[in-house]
Design a binder for this molecule. Sequence first.
Ligand SMILES: C[S@@+](CC[C@H](N)C(=O)[O-])C[C@H]1O[C@@H](n2cnc3c(N)ncnc32)[C@H](O)[C@@H]1O
Length: 262
Amino acid sequence: MSHQGQSREWNSSAYHRLSQPQVSWGKKVLSRLKLRGDERVLDAGCGTGRLTAELIAALPRGRVVGLDLSRNMLVEARNHLRSKPVSLVAADLLHLPFESAFDGIVSTAAFHWVLDHRRLFVSLRRALLPGGWLQAQCGGGPNLARLRNRVGQLAHTSLYAPYLARFKEPWFFAGNEQSAEMLRDAGFVNVETSVEAAPTVLDDAHEYEEFVRNIILRAHLRQIPSEALRTKFLAELTERATADDPPYSLDYWRLNLSGAVT
Ligand SMILES: C[S@@+](CC[C@H](N)C(=O)[O-])C[C@H]1O[C@@H](n2cnc3c(N)ncnc32)[C@H](O)[C@@H]1O
């Protein structure tokens, strides 16, 4: 697999097992949809399909397409959604292979992994039918500022600097006003955006380490060439999190995005 191929990949079985925070946030997003039950809806960045399953249940006469860039995620989603009426597509959100195809697009916990939101929103708008809507949430605002600050400090120590000092964060955490402007520029109307705190407390050091390893810092850790050093890096972050109040808490913030096309 190419380097680019690796960087898009996830440990999908770990994500499926650990993604309870993302699933709870996503369920709140789905609860905002006002569905008739017959719409064609795209789950943009569907991951292992835990929320896609909820969407399928809410659309008994509709059609759901789950789309993701990661083959591992799609294999896990295929397994999780077996026997359910869904199409799974491997594609990049920046180059959606759809034009005027959907009544709605839902996306949760995915857009911050895409660095160019202007292009992303144009790609999404193209995939929607006239009258279509977008309901999405991703990381935004000061998302994970405390953890990122710690990562930044460690990255500049002599042990990790050769691998991480020049590594660019793989996320874009946009602000709500900036996002509203970009959505309008892409042709969306009735745009609403907001940023909300979503602090998340993990059970213990082991769960914290697993979560940070497999979900948040997977791209960072790929820069570090040995498992021993990766484990040490994570242990240093976990030790700092032990002293937090409450321990093992992650300072998540979510950006809500909605809009429609005419
Ligand atoms: C944190 S997971 C969220 C999965 C699911 N929506 C959930 O809430 O559990 C982020 C997903 O976005 C996908 N993703 C990231 N960048 C993408 C892109 N450019 N195109 C398609 N999918 C992408 C990842 O492969 C991953 O499956």
